[in-house]
Design a protein around this ligand. Sequence first.
Ligand code: NAP
Length: 309
Amino acid sequence: MASNPIKLGIVGVGKIVRDQHLPALAKDSNYKLVAAASRHGKVDSIPNYPSIEAMLAAEPGLEAVSLCMPPQFRHDAARAALEAKKHVFLEKPPGATVSEVEGLKNLARENGVSLFASWHSRYAPAVEAARAFLASARIETAAIIWKEDVRRWHPNQEWIWEPGGFGVFDPGINALSIATYILPPMFITSAVLDFPENRASPVAAHVVFRTSAGVPVTMELDWLQTGPQSWDIVAETDKGRMELSSGGAKLAIDGRPLQDEPEAEYPMLYRRFAEIVRAGISDVDLAPLQHVADAFMLGKRNVVEAFFD
Ligand code: NAP
């Protein structure tokens, strides 16, 4: 049984730890942040270790860890933590492959601890209302439009362009985490991925899905969008046109706003993690990751102009 507060360590101290994890943890009485592990990053006022192995060895009282390094480097850290019987919070995407995360699920079960594959966009304020609306409607078509400026949101992040960094699917998987929650089950029927000639990961993607009911769903991902940014899911239904915009923060039906609230994604993620730790269960939905894997498997590779930061 986890203590109250849960003694947590944080691993991979970089942008998302500073932007979201530390502020959310500072306000959450479910947790006491007791240590951090990172090669360069540091968190003030707590012990800092150069690796997760050093942290696990020096902090036997730790009960849980949040793993916030890029996905390619997360599996071994997760394995070490689960084998040490710590509950594990995985940043999104939960891994670089589907099967490595399946393995972690089994390892969590064998060690009697919880594994959380966090999908922060699912906790955007209007997502539940969009899901309820779509559940009550007949969907005719749907479109996912996720267009942002990589230079603005990911400056100098090289891992994101490497194999396993997902390229434009790093933000695109956020869209998929919402789409797989609010739309019926679907599968990819065609995809074209645009790879800059000097990069290992795509800068744009054009994907077509079909739901189990035969409804077409398109997805346009673009990482070179300057000016206004688009993080929208639109559905034409028998009850009107649903627009879920601003990454899931705003909902409108036929242009009539239904929801527009400030986001609290990371506080809600940490609330959910505490809930599953205390309930002794895991929460690992791999549907968004599976779609990304399928896009890479089925997608036609289109080589485009080189990308430089
Ligand atoms: P980041 O700042 O580039 O990386 C986080 C930290 O991971 C780095 O500061 C680094 O810390 C550590 N790291 C980097 N390469 C590593 C390696 N080879 N081995 C071990 N550790 C390594 O990235 P981020 O933006 O925080 O993103 C991290 C994860 O959070 C990604 O999966 C991303 O999709 C997700 N996320 C990011 C955002 C965002 O807005 N940036 C939003 C939501 C989710 P040390 O050098 O100190 O070890």
